[in-house]
Design a protein around this ligand. Structure first.
Ligand code: AMP
Ligand code: MN
Ligand code: MN
Ligand code: MN
Length: 292
């Protein structure tokens, strides 16, 4: 595949059901316009957008993979795990989502409290307004801070205030990795370690996490993501290969914009890595199965 051609498979994207800015139907419409044939909706800790996305996908003739991006942790370090091909009505998932919604709601008010102590008032109300019907997450706080001109760009918001260890960061006791993987599997899904190089772990620590993830029943990791340097793709591919994981691909699309990751805008999975879509339940697999 030439790098200028979008991938036909994108297995990581957000809508207004979490911290994306397009509605589920709007996201599907954009994916179809970009020639995407298989799209996974992976909202943070919610399946609320899946029904609308599915209806839109039927209208556009694209395959919607029902999915979720779950907040989890191992060894006290937060991680994201994507569940692909889940049954959104599964009871295991419902219980996890209710717990995560409570954790997120509690965290949002603590973030606002920290911001208030830093002299930034009304952040809770601001983030809620940005979030609409979603539970406010850090991206909603970031958008509100940007709209008020309190930071120059999204990177600065996280570097100065909301990123791990920064003054308005709130550590959260997310569910353990093993429980998260079990929950995805109980919902009929395939567990995928999301954006493995974004956590800034050492490669040896990442390999240890991959071993734990695989032992727990994890199947794949994201090897190719948007805005990833090719040397990082090579590192991710090596970790996946040696850890016995399949590979996934995705943009982690949140919002249209000149500097933001775009749907399908990433390269092909290295040919010796088994594509995770080969393991997805029938109906969410593209005939012929190639992302290139
Ligand atoms: P949360 O799930 O509420 O902790 O927020 C995580 C989300 O915040 C990610 O999915 C991104 O949407 C956004 N985010 C996290 N870190 C950064 C960063 N350094 N720069 C820009 N956005 C970020
Ligand atoms: Mn996000
Ligand atoms: Mn993530
Ligand atoms: Mn994501």
């Amino acid at each position: 595949m030439r790098s200028t051609e979008p991938s036909r498979i994108d297995l990581h994207a957000h809508s207004t059901a979490s911290d994306g800015t397009l509605t589920p139907a709007g996201l599907v419409e954009r994916a179809a316009a970009r020639g995407i044939e298989v799209l996974a909706l992976t909202d943070h800790d919610t399946t609320a957008g899946i029904a609308e996305a599915r209806r839109a996908a039927v209208g556009h003739g694209i395959t919607l993979v029902p999915a979720i991006e779950l907040s989890t942790a191992t060894g006290g370090k937060p991680l994201h795990v994507v569940g692909l091909g889940i049954d959104p009505g599964a009871s295991s998932l419902h219980l996890a989502i209710v717990r995560l919604r409570d954790l997120r709601a509690e965290r949002a008010s603590k973030i606002a409290h920290k911001l208030a102590r830093l002299g930034i008032a009304d952040a809770y109300e601001g983030a809620c307004a940005e979030a609409g019907s979603a539970v406010p997450g850090r991206a909603h706080f970031a958008r509100w801070l940007l709209a008020r001109g309190l930071c120059a760009d999204n990177g600065e918001v996280f570097d100065r205030l909301l990123g791990r260890g920064k003054p308005a960061y709130v550590a959260t006791c997310w569910p353990e990795l093993e429980d998260t993987v079990a929950c995805i599997r109980a919902a009929g899904g395939v567990a995928v370690l999301a954006h493995p190089l974004r956590y800034k772990f050492t490669v040896s620590w990442l390999r240890r996490i991959v071993a734990r993830f695989k032992e727990a029943g994890g199947s794949a990791m994201e090897v190719v993501i948007a805005h990833q340097q090719s040397r990082d793709t090579a590192v991710a591919a090596d970790v996946a290969r040696r850890g016995g994981l399949m590979g996934s691909v995705g943009s982690d699309f949140h919002s249209p914009g000149p500097h933001a990751p775009e749907l399908g805008a990433f390269g092909a999975l290295p040919v010796d890595i088994e594509p995770v879509w080969h393991a997805l339940p029938a109906g969410s697999v593209l005939a012929g199965g190639a992302a290139a």
